[in-house]
Design a protein around this ligand. Structure first.
Ligand code: MSP
Length: 640
C-alpha cells in the first residue's frame, strides 16, 4: 500500500533555515510512522526556482538565475543529507522533466476550456508571488505588508471562478481535506466570498517554464510549482498524494488553486492538506526577511539531529505557532532526552549487564500488570501520531518512561540481587527492558538515529527501521538475547552547548555568504538636485535605516498624522510621527518595512516625540508613497 506525502518546495532565494527544516522533519517523521504501519511511504521535497523573486535575488548577487539556483538547491539537498532525512524525491522546478508535466497540466486545462487569453493590469506582490486583485498602486500586500508592484501584461487566465461551488462541496463532504479545523474555516470564508479568475502566465518576466507555442509567456510560478508534486513521481502510480504538508501562509494556493487546476485538467486531487503553524524566534516568524534565521546544522553539530527533531515536535503543538530558543532546546534536551530516555536506557541495560551477564531474561510467566500499562500507551500514541499530534504522542511515551522509572525504584533490583530473589529480579529486568523496547520503537519516528542506537544496545539484530506496529505488542521480545555495549545516547549538555551552537551558526552563515560570492554593495553615486551637487560624504551624514513598523495609530485632532512605533534594531522601537494618515490605514502598516532617517534631531508634534522621519515619495496632489524594498532586508540595515 502506497503513502505519498510532500513538503512545499522551498524558494531558493534564502538558504535553508529552521522554518524549512521544521516542515521537512515533520514530513520525515510521518513517513517513518507510515512505514511502521506497513505503507510504502514516499516523500517528495524540492526547490521552487522560477519567478520574479528568484530572478531578482540572482541579479542581486551578480549570478545568472540558473547558477544561483544550482547553488542554493544544493544547499537544501546538503542540509537534508546532513540531517539524515529520508527524502525519496528531490525535485527542482528547473528540471526538464518537470517542465513537461507542467505543460501537460496546462494543455489539459486548455483543452477542457478552462483557460483563455487576456491581460492583467493590477498589483502583484513579488515576495509572495501573488496577484493582489483588488489593490491600488501603492497598496501593501495583504499577506506580507510589502509594497505591491503594478503589473500590466498579456497573459493566460484560468477560470477559477467556475470552481467555487465544487470547492465548497469538497470542503463540506470531506471535512478532513483541510486540517486543522481553524485553517479549514479560513479557506471556507475565503471561497465563500467568491473567486476571481487567475492569471497563470506572465509576459514581463523570462525566468520560468515556457508556455507551449507561446514565445513570450512563461508560467506563473505557482502554476509551475504546484505541478512539482506530480512531476516528482510521474509515471510511478503514486498520485494522488495522500498528504501535502505545508505552512499556514500558503494554504490558499494548495486548498483552492491546486484542486481547481487538477479538476480542470481532469486529474485526481490530493487527499489531505495539513497546514502547520509558524516557528517563531524572538516572537516573530523566523524568516530570511526578518533576519532572524537559525540554521539546523549548528544544532546537529552540537546536540545531534534528534535533539532538534524532538524539541520541534514536542515543544510546538503541530498546527499552532511555537517558539524556538536555544535555552528551551537545551532545557528539553537535558530534561527529556539525557535525564529521561537516555537515563532509563543506560540504567536498565547496565543492570542487565551487571546482574544477568548482559543477557535479557526470558519472558516471565505473568507480566500482565506491566503489559496492560504499555498496551494502553501504544494505543494512544499511535492514535496521536495518526492525527499528527506529535507533542501529545511524545507526552504519552514520556509518561511511560516516568512510570517505569518509578517501578524500578519500587522493585529495587539492586536489593533483589543482594537477596538473590531471582524470580522478581527476572520479572523487573525483563519488564523494564521490554518497556524500553516499546518506548524506543514508539519514539523512533521522531528520534530515529538515537532509537536505532538503543535498539542495538538492547541486542536486537533486525533494524528498528524494519519494525512494524504489530511488533509493538507487549511480550513481542522473548528475551534471552545478548545485549550490545552500553553507551550514553544523549550525553548531558552543559552551558557551553549554546555558545558552541552560536559559533557554528556564524561559521555557517559565513560559508553561505562566501558561496554566493557576496561582495560589498557598489558605492552610491553622487546625486544631483536642483543643480546643486553634494559629495558622497555629505550624503553619508544621513543615517538611513531599515525599520519595521510595530504599531501605528491615528493622532487625535490631526487628520494627516499617524503615530508609529518603528523597530530599527535598537533595544527600544522609535516613536515617529508622520504625515501619512491620508494615504495609509494604520493597520495596513504594521509589519511593513520602511526607510527611516535615524539621525534627525528629535522634535515634538502634537505633544508626541518624533525620533526620526519616514522616507516617502511625494506625488502630485501631495499623497505620500512610502519607500520600501522588493528584496529581503534585515531590520536596522543601513542604506548607503
Ligand atoms: N515556494 C513556495 C512553496 C511552493 S509549494 C508548491 C514557498 N516557499 S518558501 O521557501 O517560502 O517555503 C515556505 C514553507 O517553508 C512554509 O510553508 C513552511 O512549510 C516552511 N517555513 C518557512 N518558514 C517557516 C517558519 N518560520 N515556520 C514554519 N514553517 C516555515 O512558499
Amino acid at each position: 500500500m502506497k503513502y505519498y506525502l510532500t513538503t512545499p518546495i522551498y524558494y531558493v532565494n534564502a538558504a535553508p533555515h529552521l522554518g524549512h527544516t521544521y516542515t521537512t522533519i515533520a514530513a520525515d517523521t510521518i513517513k517513518r510512522f507510515k512505514r511502521m504501519q506497513g505503507f510504502d511511504a514516499v516523500l517528495t521535497t524540492g526547490t521552487d526556482e522560477h519567478g520574479q523573486k528568484i530572478e531578482r535575488a540572482a541579479t542581486a548577487v551578480g549570478k545568472t538565475p540558473q547558477e544561483f539556483c544550482d547553488l542554493i538547491a544544493e544547499e537544501f539537498r546538503r542540509q537534508w543529507r546532513i540531517l539524515g532525512l529520508e527524502i525519496d524525491r528531490f525535485q527542482r522546478t528547473t528540471s526538464p522533466h518537470h517542465a513537461k508535466v507542467v505543460e501537460d497540466l496546462f494543455l489539459r486545462c486548455k483543452r477542457n476550456g478552462y483557460v483563455y487569453k487576456g491581460s492583467y493590469s493590477g498589483q502583484y506582490c513579488v515576495f509572495d508571488e501573488l496577484y493582489v486583485n483588488d489593490a491600488k498602486p501603492g497598496d501593501p500586500c495583504p499577506d506580507c505588508g510589502r509594497p505591491t508592484e503594478t503589473v500590466t501584461e498579456e497573459n493566460y487566465y484560468f477560470k477559477l471562478s467556475e470552481f467555487q461551488d465544487r470547492l465548497l462541496d469538497l470542503y463540506q463532504k470531506q471535512p478532513d481535506f483541510i486540517q486543522p479545523e481553524t485553517r479549514r474555516n479560513e479557506v471556507l470564508a475565503f471561497v465563500r466570498q467568491g473567486l476571481q479568475d487567475l492569471s497563470i502566465s506572465r509576459t514581463t518576466i523570462k525566468w520560468g517554464v515556457p508556455v507551449p507555442e507561446e514565445e513570450n509567456h512563461v508560467f506563473y510560478v505557482w502554476f509551475d510549482a504546484l505541478g512539482t508534486y506530480m512531476s516528482a513521481v510521474d509515471g510511478e502510480n503514486l498520485w494522488p498524494a495522500d498528504l501535502h504538508l505545508i505552512g499556514k501562509e500558503i494554504l490558499r494556493f494548495h486548498a483552492v488553486y491546486w484542486p481547481a487546476f487538477l479538476w480542470a485538467a481532469g486529474l485526481e486531487i490530493p487527499k489531505r492538506i495539513f497546514a502547520h503553524g509558524w516557528l517563531l524566534f524572538e516572537q516573530e516568524k523566523m524568516s530570511k526577511s526578518r533576519g532572524n534565521m537559525v540554521r539546523a546544522t549548528p544544532i546537529h553539530e552540537v546536540l545531534g539531529t534528534d535533539a532538534l527533531r524532538y524539541f520541534l515536535l514536542r515543544e510546538v503543538v503541530f498546527g499552532q505557532d511555537g517558539s524556538f530558543s536555544y535555552d528551551a532546546l537545551v532545557g528539553r534536551y537535558n530534561a527529556d532526552l539525557a535525564n529521561g530516555l537516555g537515563n532509563l536506557a543506560s540504567r536498565v541495560l547496565t543492570m542487565i549487564h551487571q546482574y544477568r551477564d548482559a543477557v535479557q531474561p526470558k519472558i516471565p510467566a505473568d507480566t500482565s500488570a506491566f503489559g496492560a500499562r504499555a498496551r494502553a500507551v501504544v494505543e494512544k500514541t499511535l492514535d496521536y501520531y495518526e492525527r499528527l499530534d506529535f507533542s501529545k504522542a511524545l507526552e504519552e511515551i514520556w509518561k511511560l518512561i516516568a512510570w517505569v522509572d518509578r517501578i524500578i525504584v519500587e522493585y529495587a533490583p539492586w536489593k533483589l540481587a543482594k537477596e538473590a530473589d531471582q524470580e522478581r529480579l527476572d520479572l523487573i529486568l525483563y519488564c523494564a527492558a521490554e518497556t524500553l523496547r516499546i518506548v524506543t520503537a514508539l519514539a523512533y519516528p521522531v528520534i530515529p538515529q538515537s532509537a536505532e542506537k538503543i535498539w542495538s544496545q538492547l541486542g536486537i539484530t533486525t533494524p528498528l527501521k524494519d519494525s512494524r506496529v504489530a511488533d509493538l505488542h507487549w511480550g513481542h521480545a522473548e528475551g534471552g538475547q545478548k545485549l550490545g555495549v552500553v553507551q550514553a545516547v544523549f550525553p548531558r549538555a552543559d552551558a557551553k552547548a549554546i555558545v558552541k551552537m552560536k559559533e557554528h551558526e556564524v561559521a555557517e552563515y559565513e560559508r553561505q555568504q562566501e558561496l554566493l560570492g557576496k561582495k560589498p554593495a557598489p558605492p552610491v553615486p553622487v546625486f544631483e538636485r536642483d543643480g546643486a551637487k553634494i559629495t558622497i560624504e555629505d550624503f553619508a551624514k544621513v543615517d538611513l535605516r531599515v525599520g519595521l513598523v510595530k504599531s501605528a495609530a491615528a493622532v487625535k485632532g490631526a487628520s494627516k498624522l499617524l503615530h508609529l512605533q518603528i523597530d530599527i534594531g535598537e533595544p527600544q522601537p522609535r516613536s515617529i510621527v508622520a504625515g501619512i494618515a491620508e494615504a495609509y490605514q494604520p493597520d495596513s502598516l504594521v509589519g511593513r518595512k520602511v526607510v527611516i532617517v535615524a539621525n534627525l534631531a528629535p522634535r515634538k508634534l502634537r505633544g508626541l516625540e518624533s525620533q526620526g522621519m519616514i522616507v516617502a515619495a511625494s506625488l502630485e496632489g501631495g499623497a505620500p508613497v512610502l519607500a520600501g524594498f522588493l528584496e529581503d532586508v534585515p531590520v536596522g540595515a543601513r542604506l548607503k
